[in-house]
Design a protein around this ligand. Structure first.
Ligand code: NDP
Ligand code: 2IT
Length: 447
């Protein structure tokens, strides 16, 4: 069997063993499509069935989460934690609370996470979790009761040396606070390193909140640097208006670019003078309103309901909302509008066909595994500070993040070169992450 045939048969087995999990299949396909050359160079990986083992999570936990709303009505949600791979460290990855969450989403995210975490060069394995709970429109008390019920089951599976969850869509500082409080209460342990993304009042780290968005922009800056370019004067479009999007916008502005549009699931806002980040934070973080409310504060800006933000022309696009939010049509529109660079703040936001369109039209592409790794890297720095009972300044933490993002960029770039695919950051990220995990798995024997 050729390497390609072997990979096809592994993929067919993954699809057959994990029926109906389209996002997981998509994430596996994308990695298998690029690791062929690494397998040819390292036949020992195939002999030890490293890929087959990587595609099978070490442990998958599914649990019932009952809770009561403010009117006394009982609700039942489903909770997940998929502990994908611990070759490089304790399972590490976020929790997503969104009605679309099911096992296939958690597995795609966990699978991506293990390569991403390997790319950071830090001692963290891969995992992901979440629930189909919809926090939107729920009171603080309802969210608290949900988080308490969720942790009442999850606590037995996690720990600072075992599995360290953090935030993702629908899980921010508020939810992490309630989750931590319940973990502490049940275990009677002040185990700071069991969760990351904590508030600064109780063991959180500077720059964790900003890290994913800032990190994606640092990655874009590095990609521009290798062609002698920078962000100064660039028009930028960001999708989403949550944690990743907000801090990506903030950093683009600090570096001289202008973000002219961002979105949520209801539509997008266009502000040609540049999105006012303080207004955005007030609308989305403080008041938890829909993005349309932004134009009440900035009357020259416009809101467009139900349409793609990618119709707004830009030099740099930062998809930072959710998976498969940028399709082939959007990619062609971006290319026609003069887009130079697409850097993924979200996990798997560009569809496989969109990525093909970027390659055909010369739009350079920074994959999420590399570009959004700043969030989890800052989580690993939070774990480091918790373990040493220390806390670093904002400036020092941001410098660490900047260095890590440059290092990830350089690894992807160099690995793509090494394997004869110059400029293919996606292949570079997949091969580099895969090699690190494979080497550790080989060393640990057949487990
Ligand atoms: P938030 O919950 O803070 O924000 C999510 C944003 O995306 C909101 O604007 C939301 O709009 C929009 N969105 C979510 N789901 C959909 C959907 N199905 N269709 C359209 N829009 C949607 O999440 P984050 O900013 O934390 O996460 C954004 C992305 O970044 C995700 O892909 C996440 O996995 C990834 N990521 C996050 C990291 C982190 O540290 N938080 C780290 C690395 C990656 P609405 O409110 O209308 O739903
Ligand atoms: O997708 C991601 O990398 C995250 N949601 C952050 C994970 C983490 O553990 O900080």
């Amino acid at each position: 069997m050729t390497t390609q045939e072997k990979l096809e048969s592994i993929f067919a087995a993954v699809v057959q063993r994990n029926p109906g999990e389209a996002e997981f299949h998509q994430a596996v396909r994308e990695v298998l499509d690029s690791v062929g050359p690494a397998l040819e160079k390292h036949p020992e990986y195939a002999d030890a069935k490293i890929i087959e083992r990587i595609c099978e999570p070490e442990r998958q936990i599914i649990f019932r989460v009952p809770w009561e709303d403010d009117r006394g009505e009982v609700h039942i949600n489903r909770g997940f934690r998929v502990e994908f791979n611990s070759a490089l460290g304790p399972y590490k990855g976020g929790l997503r609370f969104h009605p679309s969450v099911y096992l296939g989403i958690v597995k795609f995210l966990g699978f991506e996470q293990l390569f991403k975490n390997a790319l950071t060069g830090m001692p963290i394995g891969g995992g992901k979790g979440g629930s189909d709970f919809d926090p939107r429109g729920r009171s603080d008390r309802e969210v608290m009761r949900f988080c308490q019920s969720f942790m009442t089951e999850l606590y037995r599976h996690i720990g600072e040396y075992t599995d360290v969850p953090a935030g993702d869509i629908g899980v921010g500082a508020r939810e992490i606070g309630y989750l931590f409080g319940q973990y502490k209460r049940i275990t009677n342990r002040y185990e700071s390193g069991v969760l990351t993304g904590k508030g600064l009042a109780y063991g959180g780290a500077q720059v964790r909140r900003e890290a994913t968005g800032y990190g994606a922009v640092f990655f874009a800056q590095e990609m521009l640097r290798v062609t002698g370019d920078d962000l100064d004067g660039k028009r930028v479009v960001v999708s989403g208006s949550g944690n990743v999007a907000t801090y990506a916008i903030e950093k683009v502005h600090q570096l001289g670019g202008t973000v002219v549009a961002c979105s949520d699931s209801s539509g997008f806002i266009h502000d040609d003078k540049g999105i006012d980040v303080e207004v955005l934070k007030e609308v989305k973080q403080v008041r938890r309103e829909r993005i349309a409310a932004y134009v009440q504060h900035r009357p020259h800006a416009s809101f467009t309901a139900g349409q793609s933000v990618w119709q707004v022309p830009c030099h740099v696009a930062l998809p930072s909302a959710t998976q498969n939010e940028l399709d082939a049509t959007d990619a062609a529109t971006l290319a026609a509008g003069g887009c130079l660079l697409v850097v993924e703040g979200a996990n798997m936001p560009a569809t496989p066909r969109a990525i093909r369109v970027f390659a055909e039209t010369g739009v350079r592409f920074g994959p999420g595994k590399a570009a959004n790794a700043g969030g989890v890297a800052a989580s690993a720095l939070e774990m480091q500070q918790n373990a040493s009972r220390d806390s670093w300044t904002f400036a020092y933490s941001e410098q660490r993040l900047r260095d890590i993002m440059r290092d990830i960029h350089d690894r992807c770039y160099a690995t793509a070169d090494e394997y004869g695919m110059p400029g293919n950051y996606a292949a570079g990220a997949n091969i580099d992450g895969f090699r690190s995990v494979a080497e550790a798995m080989l060393a640990h024997g057949l487990i």
